[in-house]
Design a protein around this ligand. Structure first.
Ligand code: GDP
Length: 444
């Protein structure tokens, strides 16, 4: 899972301060040393790490954190804020042309996920802005690149402009743009060629395409799994193209975190989107603050709620977040969520967004495959209405009856009820957004 090692090490580093009424300078230094090592091990750029550690340490000292109440909570807060800053503070929206079409050019190494991202972005624009994008197949070198883009276009029902592989890419881009103007498409997304490494000829060609169509947005697609290399790649492309934003792909994989944490600081270019799966719907706006919480293992409740909102109606989502806050989330709501989640896609991704889930040892052995979900549902179906709404009534004889009714072993029923209780407590703590909630989670 993404950031797993980093999350664990950061949590361990800060856990040691917990319970100390007073934190000495030596304690702080030791913690900062561990944070530094955690970041370096996650393949974060050396300079970025140095700057980060320096700032956190200075702030901790400057704010007289060491003498204040709950020093460890305050340090967690500073680390969270500085991680956010390192990644860019706030989400940066797509550039928009004053007059249609807005021209978006995609660049990146082969295999980074460019073609996939072209499709994902088109679908996002279509769904969220009712946009009518045109995709331009401008990768004339990679075998089957055009067919791949056409398949993507068909999948999301968006037209693809192509002139085969024998026409100069600059010409293809220009003619595609003309067609978009004629047809009043509001966005043009150009899928360009990639190579395995940066090479001069390719860069020259990308530069020519840029000069010919003057894109409003040049998005560099970077594979998050490539760590430090991602940063070198970004610098190489940026030098020639002066990109306007970055899309970080494959954040659903087990990336260590280096790319996410270094790119903005090194290149000064904002990460605008993150790819979190192979499906067309798996593209999300990048929110530095939410990513920081996720890296710290504090979950990403907001993204989860947003994702839920997308999948079903807003009212239900609001009710859900209200219930979490009020601590009245019951088994009926859980059942509802299981249904929604099954529609949403890879469960481990979803679970990771729930605060405390990623690193809660009690939940490590939950194997979340679709069959397990069905078993969970069967257990809830075997509960009476009273048991669903008031889980506290669950005594041993009720549990045995539920096990018989659902055909699941009693141990599984017990485990599920226990985990439900833990999940509920954690969601409630975090939804209140108080530091003690965060602190408790850090200490799970
Ligand atoms: P291109 O050569 O840059 O155009 O890369 P492609 O779009 O062909 O993608 C290369 C591979 O990465 C494909 O197998 C994609 O399905 C996969 N891919 C792209 N984005 C993501 C992502 O966010 N997550 C995962 N897991 N795979 C991705």
């Amino acid at each position: 899972m993404a950031f797993e090692g980093l999350t664990e090490r950061l949590q361990n580093a800060m856990k040691k301060l917990r319970g100390k009424g007073k934190v000495s300078e030596a304690d702080l230094r030791a913690t900062m040393r561990e944070i530094r090592l955690a970041l370096l091990e996650a393949d974060v750029n050396f300079q970025v790490v140095r700057e980060f550690v320096k700032t956190v340490e200075q702030r901790a000292k400057g704010a007289k954190v060491l003498e204040g109440l709950n020093p460890s909570q305050q340090i967690v807060k500073i680390v969270d804020e500085e991680l956010t800053k390192t990644m860019g503070e706030a989400a940066v929206p797509l550039n928009k042309a004053p007059k249609i079409p807005t021209i978006i050019m995609m660049a990146g190494l082969q295999g980074a996920g460019k073609t996939t991202t072209v499709g994902k972005l088109a679908l996002k624009l279509k769904n969220e802005q009712n946009a009518r994008p045109l995709l331009i197949a401008d990768d004339v070198y990679r075998p089957a690149a055009i067919e791949q883009l056409q398949t993507v276009g068909q999948q999301i029902d968006v037209p693809v402009f192509q002139l085969g592989t024998d026409v100069d890419p600059v010409e293809i881009a220009k003619r595609g743009l003309e067609q978009a103007k004629t047809n009043h498409n509001d966005y043009v997304i150009i899928d360009t060629a990639g190579r395995l490494q940066i090479d001069e000829k390719l860069m020259g060609e990308l530069g020519n395409i840029k000069a010919a169509v003057h894109p409003n947005e040049i998005l560099l697609v970077i594979d998050a799994m490539t760590g430090q290399n991602a940063v070198a790649t970004a610098e190489g492309f940026d030098k020639v193209l002066d990109v306007t934003g970055v899309v970080l792909t494959k954040l659903d994989g087990d990336t260590r975190g280096g790319a996410a944490l270094s790119i903005r600081a090194v290149t000064g270019k904002p990460i605008k989107f993150v790819g979190q799966g192979e499906k067309m719907a798996d593209l999300d706006v990048f929110h530095p603050d939410r990513m920081a919480s996720r890296i710290l293992g504090m979950g990403d409740m907001l993204s989860l709620i947003e994702k839920t909102q997308k999948e079903y109606d807003q009212k239900q989502a609001e009710e859900l977040s209200e219930k979490i806050k009020e601590n009245t989330f019951d088994f009926n709501d859980f059942l509802d969520q299981l249904d929604q989640i099954q529609k949403m896609g890879p469960l481990d991704e979803i679970m990771k967004m729930i605060p405390g889930m990623a690193n809660n040892p009690a939940l490590q052995n939950v194997n979340m495959n679709p069959k397990d979900m069905d078993h969970l549902k069967a257990i809830i179906y075997s509960m009476t209405e009273q048991e669903r709404t008031d889980p506290d009534v669950m005594n041993p004889s009720r549990r045995r009856r539920i096990a018989r009714g659902s055909g699941r072993p009693i141990q599984e029923v017990n485990r599920m009820i226990k985990q439900f209780g833990q999940m509920k407590t954690m969601m409630n703590k975090v939804s209140k957004g108080n530091m003690s909630g965060m602190e408790n989670m850090m200490n799970q």
